[in-house]
Design a protein around this ligand. Structure first.
Ligand SMILES: [Zn+2]
Length: 330
């Protein structure tokens, strides 16, 4: 059965799955929500620059980084700072935003993981945005407030993740705590345990050992605070001990290979969950691998790899992997 996607699904794909090495897409999304609530269909580049500048000026008052690489500043951080300390005037700042800030984000807003989405919310001709009905359909009459909330949450999260990359761990723990608390409500995922276990044969995903004794945890391989969903392709079962070792860190790439193999095993088995995996990751094994690795790479840019894995664990001797009949690429 073909899954039918709604405009809000594409919107979410842009916000959650976009390449987020900086916060531009999120800022543009904020502006678009406001435009979608109004009734102007053409937004000049200058108007966009004014709105963008205001948004960043408020945002930057919090002093958080807007780009993943430590030691770098985004164009917006530079312009806001120059205007704030009086080096350039407000009008000059707006002219610079219009000239320098949008070169990447405007043409690429509708591209997720190098693939253009089948719908768009605006067209850009180099001088103005022409807003499309899809945008007004989503946000007219203040509809879909949750999408704006998610966009704000994503912005908080990216800033927090970028901060984690530059500061000492002791300092960053507070931020980590904050955004774990503020992350939006988790769906109940305990009902997935039997399905997951069927594919893990009662073995822990991280150490490969038997899970007959003790508490078993459902874990997000790519941490939930980065990926912000509970889709089954990213969920595994693990010993409480192993899960606590991993914490909120991104695990070593070996585990991604294992996750990909596990998911292909789901697909091959014709379990009903297969359709969900195909909808999320792609129709072919190659596409699914690509999508999974891209999400891993995105997460890596944001938080880095923080966990090498269980001591002594080797993919080559993992009994479960043998069962997945993985064609191991050396
Ligand atoms: Zn374990």
């Amino acid at each position: 059965m073909q899954e039918v996607f709604q405009p809000e699904d594409f919107w979410r794909a842009i916000i959650l799955y976009g390449l987020n090495t900086a916060t531009y897409k999120i800022a543009l999304a904020h502006c678009l929500v406001e435009y979608g609530r109004g009734n102007t269909t053409v937004i000049s580049l200058e108007q966009l620059a004014r709105d963008f500048f205001l948004l960043y000026k408020e945002r930057l008052a919090l002093g958080r980084p807007q780009i993943a690489q430590p030691g770098r500043w985004t164009v917006m951080e530079q312009i806001v700072s120059l205007e704030r300390n009086g080096t350039i005037s407000y009008e000059e700042a707006i002219a610079r935003v219009a000239r320098d800030a949008f070169n990447d984000v405007l043409p690429r807003f509708h591209t997720v993981h190098d693939r253009p989405l089948p719908i768009s919310f605006y067209e850009f001709d180099g001088r103005a945005l022409r807003l499309k009905d899809t945008l007004f359909a989503l946000f007219a009459d203040n509809g879909h407030q949750e999408l704006l909330d998610e966009t704000s949450a994503r912005w908080d999260l990216l800033e927090a993740a970028f901060t984690l990359r530059r500061e000492h761990w002791e300092l960053s723990n507070d931020i980590r705590e904050m955004y774990l608390r503020n992350g939006y409500a988790r769906t109940n995922i305990t009902h997935l345990r039997p399905v997951l276990n069927g594919y893990q044969q009662n073995r822990c995903f991280y150490c490969g050992e038997d899970m007959a004794h003790g508490e078993i945890h459902v874990d997000h391989v790519i941490p939930r605070q980065v990926i912000q969903h509970d889709e089954v392709w990213n969920l595994v079962l693990a010993h409480r001990f192993c899960n606590l070792q991993k914490g909120d860190n991104l695990p070593d790439g070996r585990y991604l290979e294992k996750l990909i193999a596990r998911n292909e095993h789901f697909i091959a088995s014709n379990h009903p969950i297969k359709q969900k995996l195909i909808a999320s990751l792609g129709a072919t094994a190659e596409e699914r691998r690509h999508t999974t690795l891209r999400q891993y790479e995105d997460a890596k840019r944001v938080i880095g790899v923080g966990w090498e894995g269980i001591c002594g664990y080797r993919l080559e001797t993992d009994p479960l992997l043998k069962k997945f009949h993985l064609l191991w690429r050396s």
